[in-house]
Design a protein around this ligand. Structure first.
Ligand code: GTP
Ligand code: SPV
Ligand code: MN
Length: 620
């Protein structure tokens, strides 16, 4: 059937179309009709986003066995979902950037020719919703009506995705009302790929977590479209999040002169009452939510939460960089979240929360590794099996998550949903590095900061399918999320910096994960990271000097608050050591990393690398 005609673009087209394929309110209706004709659902439900809809859908999901209602006395209006064990994380191998020109996707993305991809997907989506309800989910990324917000409409056959989108975005009638006759919006089509009736009319029973072994998370940057098939999980199915707010938005940002980033946002206030706003990029499961909800251990300092995963940053009329959090909820990593690490998150998820792949206690509450020091004597694990502390496998999946409304966070900043956003004073890059990268270093200038971001590497986590622990380059924490050629993205960052000039935020790099010779972390992390935040704030106020090293400008010990923590005699030195031999080895890896991008790598980054090598060699 030819209802969804392939993209009109061909490989010969050289211009980028300025608008989406279905502009305006009439475009929404036309698209819904087209998709319904293709996917053949039994019913269409236009989501309003109100509380009765939440009650209806959660009630149905509980009745179907897809959700467990937690004990309302312990965790009101909260639910547990157990996914199919084969559908527990983002699938980077099945994520595609379908630009017309493969070089626009670049060497770090999987690429498919757009019309071929659409043809393949059209076959998969044909009849994919038979026997199911098709939900139409209008949503706004960013406060409704904010000049920095963008609109989208997700179509999905997953009520779990609908309730998650209700927490994570401004979803429903208010978002639909924002779409006027000519408004641009992003169509985001999703199916779990598990029809309940086949083409010959034979029915089959539903399962608690429907999904399909075939998965495609496909993005069409020129036409600003998303097609996601086969997975019900997080970043694969809540299409406002990584698919729109990062992969498609990064392309919009390139074309429109702004930045869409995998960053938390916080407001930091000193004991003297001076506030700064920070944006910080860490790869998946490397500490953004924890940083965003940090409870400082040093007296008088305050950290307030604005966002924990995604930031949209745009130069304002005064030439400063302003940021919003386009989301309205947290999709946070559960394991490791406890009263000793992130008490703010523990309090945030008191109720109105959807948990995925955590363990269930015998009294109807949730548990995961790290929530308490000691595990309960008996649990039902994330697979639904009986579990005791003697069991060989973890009770919660390492990528188990909580989905909770942002306004339940005790440290949420007043400005968190301000339509104009906040002015950013500093940008921070961090990764999971057991070696080489110091606890904190400041870049010499914006271009050096871009070099720090472009050369970031991090040990892989359970947030995506793949090998946990393996070191890989993850530039700007955007490796899985940049919707275009990563080298062009670096050039775009350099351009934005030039435009901002002396109003540009300062750039820092941090590493909470450096290890000593015995393999244990050198730095206590979590609330103690406030000491690093303090140093950053003191630098912004020009109150302290710094020591120039090949890794950037690092603190003098005398200027850094160490009172009340237990660092061993050599720990400071080890936290900040820049060993020329291992740094030269690392710069060899950077040379290989840059070589993947050929002549698209900005000249400033290459010249910084040569200077660095020369500096390191002189220290041997
Ligand atoms: P995504 O939601 O996947 O983007 O992850 P994130 O960057 O928000 O990571 P999150 O804050 O959820 O942390 C992931 C894991 O790292 C959790 O298990 C945390 O306990 C752990 N972690 C966070 N901050 C620190 C820290 O300062 N030190 C140590 N050692 N671990 C940390
Ligand atoms: C990440 O992996 O960076 C996440 C979780 O924040 S997901 O929404 O699945 O991408
Ligand atoms: Mn993330």
């Amino acid at each position: 059937m030819a209802i969804l005609s392939p993209s009109p673009l061909t490989a010969d087209d050289t211009t980028r179309p300025a608008r989406t394929v279905h502009p305006g309110r009439a475009g929404v209706a036309a698209w819904v009709t087209e998709v319904a004709a293709l996917t053949k659902p039994d019913r269409i439900h236009w989501c309003t986003g109100d509380a009765s809809e939440w009650d209806l859908l959660t009630g149905q999901l509980v009745a179907d066995g897809s959700l467990v209602r937690l004990d309302p006395g312990l965790r009101p209006n909260s639910f547990l979902a157990r996914s199919d064990p084969r559908d527990v994380a983002r699938v980077e191998e099945r994520t595609f950037i379908c630009s017309v020109d493969p070089d626009d996707a670049g060497p770090t993305n999987n690429w498919r020719e757009p019309s071929a991809m659409k043809a393949e997907l059209t076959d998969l989506f044909d009849g994919a919703m038979r026997g199911r309800t098709m939900y139409v989910v209008p949503f706004s990324m960013g406060p409704i009506g904010s000049p920095l917000a963008k609109l989208g409409v997700q179509i999905t056959d997953s009520p779990y995705a609908v309730i998650s989108m209700q927490i994570m975005t401004r979803m429903g009638t208010a978002a639909l009302d924002e779409i006027g006759p000519d408004t641009e919006w992003v169509p985001a089509l999703h199916s779990v790929g598990y029809p309940l009736v086949d083409a010959s009319g034979i029915a089959r029973a539903d399962v608690p977590w429907p999904s399909n072994a075939t998965k495609f998370i496909s993005h069409f940057p020129e036409t600003r479209e998303i097609w996601s098939y086969g997975s019900g999980y997080g970043g694969n199915s809540l299409l406002g999040k990584k698919c729109f707010a990062l992969r498609i938005a990064s392309v919009l940002a390139r074309d429109e002169g702004w930045l869409a980033e995998h960053m938390l946002l916080v407001k930091v206030t000193s004991p003297e009452g001076v506030s700064h706003n920070l944006a910080a990029a860490f790869p998946s499961a490397c500490g953004k939510t924890n940083f965003a909800m940090m409870r400082p251990t040093i007296p008088g300092w305050k950290v307030e939460t604005i966002g924990d995963d995604i930031a949209w940053l745009r130069p304002d009329a005064e030439g400063r960089l302003r940021a919003i959090n386009p989301e309205r909820g947290f999709f946070g990593v559960a394991p490791g979240t406890g009263d000793s690490t992130n008490p703010v998150a523990v309090a945030t998820i008191w109720g109105n929360t959807v948990f995925t792949n955590v363990a269930l206690t015998d009294d109807g509450d949730v548990w995961w590794e790290g929530l308490t020091d000691e595990a309960p004597e008996h649990l039902t694990d994330w697979r639904g099996d009986s579990w005791t502390p003697d069991s060989a496998t973890p009770a919660a999946h390492p990528n188990s998550r909580f989905t909770a409304p942002a306004d339940q966070c005790a440290t949420i900043a007043d400005e968190w949903d301000s339509p104009e956003g906040v002015v950013i004073d500093a940008i921070v890059f961090g990764g999971r590095r057991s070696t080489n990268i110091p606890l904190v270093a400041e870049s010499i200038d914006w271009a050096h900061g871009v070099y720090m971001g472009a050369t970031m590497s991090s040990e892989q986590t359970a947030a995506a399918e793949g090998t946990v622990g393996e070191l890989r380059h993850d530039p700007f924490a955007m490796l899985p999320f940049c919707g275009y050629n990563m080298a062009d993205y670096w050039a775009h960052w350099l351009e934005v910096g030039e435009q901002l000039g002396d109003r540009a935020p300062r750039i820092f790099q941090v590493n909470w994960f450096r290890k000593g010779a015995d393999g244990s972390y050198l730095w206590p992390g979590f609330g103690e990271n406030s000491r690093v935040v303090e140093w950053i704030a003191r630098r912004l106020e020009d109150e302290v000097a710094a020591l120039q090293t090949p890794a950037g400008r690092i603190p003098f010990e005398k200027d850094f608050s160490l009172e009340g923590i237990d660092l061993g005699p050599r720990d400071w030195q080890q936290l900040f050591e820049v060993d020329p031999i291992s740094w030269l080895h690392e710069s060899d890896l950077t040379t290989e990393h840059f070589a993947r991008f050929g002549d698209r790598v900005p000249r400033q980054l290459l010249s910084h690398l040569s200077l660095l090598r020369w500096d390191l060699a002189s220290r041997l």
